[in-house]
Design a protein around this ligand. Structure first.
Ligand code: ADP
Ligand code: MG
Length: 321
């Protein structure tokens, strides 16, 4: 549905996009996940024909973004990162203005407006001014508006930015419903890894204008290998070498008084791992998250979490008896 080939966008000497190539399949939710400034919005703007690339190109729904911009625009819906509905108008009026702009025929206009309002759960509030909407409702109205003309491809730039956790959850439910009922291909950008994990069929990690990894969330997490174990010591420093000789250990990070070990099957291998250690204070364990994957590929944290964040289960009972 989308083919991106060697896209480059330069601002002066600065590369906002530095040679991106990938494809997006029909009816998938494709997530662009990366920190602020990674180039996500720049890419969406190029695909939506609002910005010209410095080099390379892209095909959207069979149309070239450089040479068939009008046809591309007819194929897509966009919800921008910054709010763009008129807050003096009602929800219904915002949709009607948009339907007129897009030349949606009068005969089907009212039916389609009702349909999209229902899709995002706003029928009851359609006659309220948008300034009375919550942030989540406003975003949902913009989604409804972007879908009015039956786009084949739908771009959502940071759809849950600034929403509270509950509205974010609600938004995820609606996004899933849209893919099911409207049969659109979605590209969404986010810097929330839970969001990408929850919603996306595939994820492209973007960092400094480059795709650094691309796969399904589960396969990306498998890349890390099994489990992540953190062992904290009461005194003394253990070096990575104390652990790397085990065949089930993939990688070891050494910190001041702890080590983080990426390994297979913590349940069956932990005993061997700690058998000869005298000074274990605690052992914690977690399954890898997308943040760990991002960390591995880019060396940076996605969420501002330190690599030590998110450990949940404690294995204190494994202390040497
Ligand atoms: N008009 C512009 N002029 C100069 N630099 C820009 C411009 N627009 C974006 N950038 C830079 O390009 C990089 C990517 O920006 P953006 O695509 O908005 O990132 P994201 O959406 O991933 O946060 C950033 O470093 C940003 O400062
Ligand atoms: Mg952005």
């Amino acid at each position: 549905m989308i083919i991106i080939e060697n896209l480059v966008k330069k601002y002066g000497d600065f590369y906002a996009l530095n040679g991106l190539s990938f494809e997006v399949n029909e009816n998938e939710i494709f997530g662009l996940l990366g920190p602020n400034g990674a180039g996500k919005t720049t890419l969406i703007h190029i695909l939506a024909t609002l910005l010209k690339p410095t080099e390379g190109g892209a095909i959207v729904n069979g149309f070239d973004v450089l040479h068939d911009a009008t046809k591309v625009r007819g194929s897509i819906g966009v919800v921008f990162q910054a709010p763009s509905s008129d807050d003096m108008l009602t929800g219904y009026e915002n949709l009607k203005v948009h339907a007129l702009l897009y030349g949606i025929p009068r005969k089907i206009r009212e039916r389609r407006i009702s349909e999209v309002l229902k899709l995002v759960g706003l029928e009851e509030r359609k006659n309220d001014q948008v300034k009375k909407y919550s942030g989540g409702m406003r975003r949902r109205l913009e989604i409804a508006r972007g879908l009015l003309h039956h786009p084949r491809v739908f771009f959502l730039d940071e759809p849950t930015l600034g929403l509270d956790p509950q509205s974010r959850n609600t938004m995820w439910t609606y996004i899933k419903k849209i893919v099911r009922e409207e049969k659109v291909t979605i590209i969404l950008t986010t810097h929330y890894m839970e969001e990408a994990d929850m919603l996306c069929d595939r994820i492209g990690f973007i960092s400094n204008g480059k795709i650094i990894a691309l796969d399904s969330p589960s396969r990306l997490k498998q890349e890390i290998g099994g489990d992540i174990v953190k062992i904290t010591f009461t005194n003394g420093i253990h070096s990575a070498k104390d652990f790397t000789h085990f065949e089930f250990v993939h990688r070891v990070e050494q910190n001041e008084n702890s080590v983080i070990i990426y390994m297979d099957e913590v349940n069956s291998n932990l005993h061997r791992l700690i058998k000869d250690l005298e000074d274990v204070q605690s052992i914690e364990y977690k399954k890898p998250t997308l943040n760990d994957v991002f960390l591995k590929f880019s060396g940076d944290s996605l969420s501002g979490d330190s690599p030590e964040g998110g450990f949940m289960q404690r294995y204190a009972e494994y202390k040497r008896s």
